[in-house]
Design a binder for this molecule. Structure first.
Ligand code: ATP
Length: 442
């Protein structure tokens, strides 16, 4: 038996589809070949700031053992299936497909780490497949190779979660799915903290259904495969499930935000933690976005907290000059209208600066606050008539309404990779040693 890792990305077409849906059809085919699955399909989310992404920048890796004699047949069958799934000539579809046998080379692991937070050139991925003689194929400009290799290189060993993805036929393209709102609320109530980010408790908004023309009916996120499978049994939708698959993922792990980057080292599209002092008072601009700047000794940069981040924006407005913060950010490239800017997707308040108000002194005779008696004439008390030239103004510390800690946008405005507050102290480490009996259909 040979151990195979198949990585794939950017497999969609103008008539719909997505990489996870394609992977689900490939799982069905390989199951018919009686491969021995080593893992659930891995859905690896990559740098969410990449401009070429269609949706959530997800790539997929399948890991299994197969009889050595079927190896050549495997690759040609996968290729045939990708070609059948996509339509050539569509400018935004640049599929990449790679096969790694047995051990995963160091270079592939390193690329996978970078792809979580940097913007990589296609040539970086092409060099790796060329040097290591990895069997692969690309279409279009081959950008999918970056995600395909990165999915293989990320073993999801530190922390991971699961997602149950239910699909409708690829020909169905409506933007609504008919997911029953009440059934999702009920599912969330029954499942409790075994699942996460499936609805926003503050607004009652349902977050499991996408709104595009893709074949996903809904995706349920949770801590274990058994949990997401049980959760799906409670959800009703008017569109019938044609197929479903459980993926192991890095969603909800915050894996893209692990690098603290100095302002002078920031580059376009990076996902970075940027630590510094608030350097200008936050203000709300047209469109409801909040703007301020921070500096860290190496430079100063504008920061934008956009309108859809709602509560996060309200918290940002409470920051004052001198507060020390760590901003969870995506770097927006400069343009003719603005410089390099941090798109803020989380604010960690580390220290709050002291805010003082300068006040007139208290009257020593009656305890009321005195008034100025005129320039150079000291203070007078209107209540009891006391006058003095000896007293000076007092500095009084003002209570801050903001507290130290991490602030995130509402769940509906978070990235797939964002570690939600509900998962702050949770980690699922290690890789599965066995799979549940039924993790996909058909
Ligand atoms: P789908 O769900 O259909 O796969 P998506 O949102 O995942 O949609 P893709 O259509 O796959 O987006 O496009 C993302 C493209 O960006 C892929 O070609 C992928 O290889 C590439 N990519 C991913 N991460 C990086 C990165 N860090 N640097 C440069 N390119 C990247």
């Amino acid at each position: 038996m040979t151990i195979v890792h198949l990585g794939m990305d950017d497999i969609d077409s103008p008539s719909g589809g997505c990489t996870t849906h394609f992977a689900s059809t490939l799982v069905e085919r390989l199951d018919g070949w009686h491969v021995k699955w080593l893992d659930y399909p891995n859905l690896v989310r990559l740098n969410p700031n990449i401009p070429y992404r269609t949706r959530g920048n997800g790539a997929v890796a399948l890991r299994f053992c197969i009889e050595a004699k079927r190896m050549s047949e495997l690759f040609s069958e996968a290729r045939r299936m990708v070609e059948g799934y996509t339509e050539r000539g569509y400018p935004n579809t640049n599929p990449g497909f790679v096969m790694v046998i047995n051990d995963i080379p160091e270079q592939v692991t390193e690329l996978a780490k970078l792809a979580l937070w940097r913007a990589l050139p296609i040539a970086a991925a092409q060099r790796i497949v060329d040097r290591l003689l990895l069997k692969h194929f690309i279409m279009g400009n081959g950008r999918g190779l970056i995600g395909a290799l990165s999915a293989i290189g990320n073993r999801l060993a530190n922390d991971h979660t699961y997602e149950y993805l239910a699909y409708r036929p690829i020909s169905t393209r409506s933007r609504t799915r008919g997911v029953d709102h009440d059934s999702v609320i009920e599912m969330d109530r029954i499942m409790g903290d075994r699942v996460f980010s499936n609805m926003d408790p503050s607004s009652g908004e349902i977050l499991i259904g996408p709104r595009g023309p893709d074949p996903v009916i809904y995706g349920i996120r949770g801590e274990k495969p058994e949990y997401v499978i049980e959760a799906a049994s409670y959800v009703r939708s008017s569109e019938a499930r044609e197929r479903w698959t459980v993926f192991r993922t890095n969603q909800g792990t915050g894996e893209h935000l692990t690098h603290i980057v100095r302002v002078c080292d920031l580059r376009p599209y990076m996902a970075a933690l940027v630590q510094g002092e608030v350097a200008s008072t936050p203000t709300m601009i047209e469109g409801g976005h909040v703007m301020f700047s921070i500096s860290d000794g190496s430079g100063r940069i504008d920061c934008a907290v956009y309108e859809p981040t709602r509560d996060l924006r309200e918290k940002a407005l409470l920051l004052t000059v001198g507060d020390e913060v760590c901003l969870h950010s995506g770097v927006r490239p400069s343009s003719s209208s603005h410089g390099l800017t941090l798109n803020v997707e989380g604010v960690e308040v580390i220290t709050l600066s002291e805010q003082v108000a300068v006040m007139n002194p208290i009257c020593p005779q009656c305890g009321k606050r005195m008034k100025s008696a005129g320039s150079g004439k000291g203070f007078k008390c209107d209540a009891c008539g006391f006058r003095t030239r000896d007293a000076g103004k007092n500095e009084i510390s003002i209570d801050r309404t903001l507290e130290r800690g991490l602030y995130l946008p509402p769940l509906g405005a978070q990235r797939h990779l964002t570690r939600p507050i509900a998962r702050i102290n949770k980690t699922n480490s290690g890789m599965p040693t066995s799979l549940v009996e039924r993790w996909h259909f058909p």
